[in-house]
Design a binder for this molecule. Structure first.
Ligand SMILES: Nc1nc2c(c(=O)[nH]1)N[C@H]1C(S)=C(S)[C@@H](COP(=O)(O)O)O[C@H]1N2
Ligand SMILES: [Mo]
Length: 497
């Protein structure tokens, strides 16, 4: 192998890595802005965060009801993609670029080992450590370490760390935030000491990548931009053509900036189109990887969180309030649509059905989590009673809260609703819950009845359920995306990640 050649595949993956990594960083910051606090504990008790990116203060929770949407922060489009409280679109960009970044990484690593280029990256002797230390001291005393034709030990060790440790850690901690994956394999979460630790580590990975990027570019300048550019852009080791290298490099950077700007503008102007296109690309894969497992969660009582955030304010219409005053004695759950036997079930009738309890971790799409015990009747039991018709594919759940009157910042018109597939509806931990932590379901958490689907993100779990309808498709309901948050916040109904 000739030392320090830069084959075209290496230069191409280097370029795509920069493009996709920067997109993943900005969209990742958008996701962070939806709950701009990081914790080492999965209870996310207010005040227990180790770092916050917001100046908002929450009122004492027992004095006044606040919800986790009140904690959201609007990040500027300069740092977040697309910025301005667009969690749904930020997630679409994040997963789209993740897939691209992962594919680039796989191509890179495979070719690295197929071509023998790995020898340049993988340290073969422990002497690299003292070598890297000496190089570090040199740099710290403002001397460059030049090793023509090869990486210096510090450089080699750093690249090795980024490719073989930082990148895998980023991927593994990202996956640990999938409620579906960790519901199926609770021990995976233990590897990282919990979901919030994984989330914190994922953020620290971002910081490490950012630091690497800055130092890397700085080093390129210090070591001689002309030579280095000709190497990484054109692969020229001898007689570098500086003008050409500079032109190609600037073109590449301009292309990256253009993708960032176009993606951001397009997301802000045509959010529905971006939602639909990205979902068409990503959701089949998301369903395959994070859509099928059964929840095996069984936390001990001691894991129950002392405080459980609220998201989604209770309905504030007189009908619901009157019903709440007489403890929902007049409440009736309607079950209809594509069923042989439509049902109307009072709360007492629901309570008379076999009661099931489970202690599980709730994962809000915004980022926080909390553990609680839920008691209620299995959705599968309701399906047995109403006899679904063969064509029924989704269970729609309609709520009592009209978001335009219940949420202070007008999220959008209409009543909250959501959907789950028949497959999810039949999972053993899919409950219609009327109890939380051994007490009747509190109003803020969805009285009289709420859904629990323990492999999905929180927004799927409709609270204040008024009616259930079995349907073959949902394109005619609401704005046609499968739920209120899908309609108005551009979330994907595929909520296992
Ligand atoms: N009816 C209704 N159900 C809803 C919501 C809502 O706004 N209205 N918010 C959802 C979201 S985003 C989450 S995270 C959970 C929060 O449940 P909690 O308030 O019990 O924490 O409820 C979900 N169900
Ligand atoms: Mo949520």
């Amino acid at each position: 192998m000739t030392p320090l050649d830069y084959p075209i595949w290496l230069r191409a993956t280097h370029f795509f890595n920069l493009l996709l990594l920067t997109l993943a960083m900005r969209s990742g910051l958008e996701i962070l802005s939806a709950h701009p606090k990081l914790y080492w504990n999965d209870d996310c008790r207010p005040g227990s965060e180790w770092i916050t990116f917001t100046r908002k203060k929450q009122p004492q929770h027992d004095l006044e009801l606040w919800t986790s949407r009140d904690e959201e922060e609007a990040f500027s489009s300069w740092i977040a993609m697309p910025g301005h409280k667009n969690l749904g679109l930020g997630r679409h960009w994040h997963f789209l670029t993740d897939i691209g970044w992962l594919s680039t990484g796989i191509v890179y690593v495979v070719l690295l080992f197929a071509t023998g280029e790995w020898r340049r990256l993988v340290p073969m002797s422990w002497s690299i450590v003292p070598g890297a230390w000496r190089a570090l001291l040199e740099y710290l005393s403002f001397h460059l370490v030049r090793t023509p034709g090869a990486y210096n030990p510090l450089q080699q060790l750093t690249y090795f760390f980024v490719v073989f440790l930082l990148a895998p850690l980023t991927i593994l901690t990202g996956m640990a935030m999938s409620p579906s994956l960790v519901a199926r394999f609770p021990r995976y979460l233990k590897l990282f000491r919990g979901r919030q630790a994984a989330r914190s580590l994922h953020f620290l990975c971002l910081c490490a990548f950012a630091a690497f990027l800055i130092v890397h570019v700085l080093m390129v300048f210090l070591h001689g931009i002309e030579q280095e550019l000709a190497l990484i852009v054109l692969g020229q080791t001898h007689a570098p053509q500086l003008g050409l290298a500079l032109a190609v490099a600037l073109l590449g950077i301009a292309a990256i900036v253009a993708v960032h700007i176009a993606g951001t503008q397009f997301s802000l102007r045509r959010p529905r189109l971006v939602q639909r296109r990205t979902q068409a690309l990503i959701d089949p894969l998301r369903k395959l990887l994070f859509g099928r497992g059964l929840s095996a969660q069984a936390y001990p009582r001691s894991a129950i969180s002392p405080y459980f955030r609220v998201n989604g304010r209770p309905p504030n219409d007189p009908g619901y309030e009157a019903m709440a005053r007489n403890r929902f004695q007049t409440y009736e759950l309607e079950v209809g649509g594509m069923v042989e036997k439509p049902l109307r079930l009072s709360l007492n009738e629901l309570r008379a059905l076999p009661r099931h309890t489970q202690i599980t971790k709730h994962c809000c799409i915004q980022g926080w989590s909390a553990v609680a015990e839920w008691g209620g009747v299995e959705m599968g039991r309701i399906l047995q009673l109403c006899h679904p018709l063969p064509g029924a594919r989704y269970v729609m759940l309609y709520a009592f809260d009209d978001k335009s009157s219940s949420e202070p910042d007008p999220g959008g018109p209409g009543y909250y609703y959501g959907s789950i597939s028949m497959e999810l509806a039949r999972h053993p931990q899919t409950l219609l819950a009327y109890e939380m932590n051994g007490h009747p379901l509190p109003i803020a958490h969805g009285a009289p009845l709420r859904l629990r689907v323990e492999t999905q993100l929180g927004f799927v779990m409709v609270k204040f359920i008024r009616a259930i309808e079995l349907v073959a498709e949902f394109s005619h309901i609401g704005l046609g995306q499968g739920g209120w948050r899908e309609d108005h916040q551009y979330y994907s109904p595929e909520a296992g990640l």
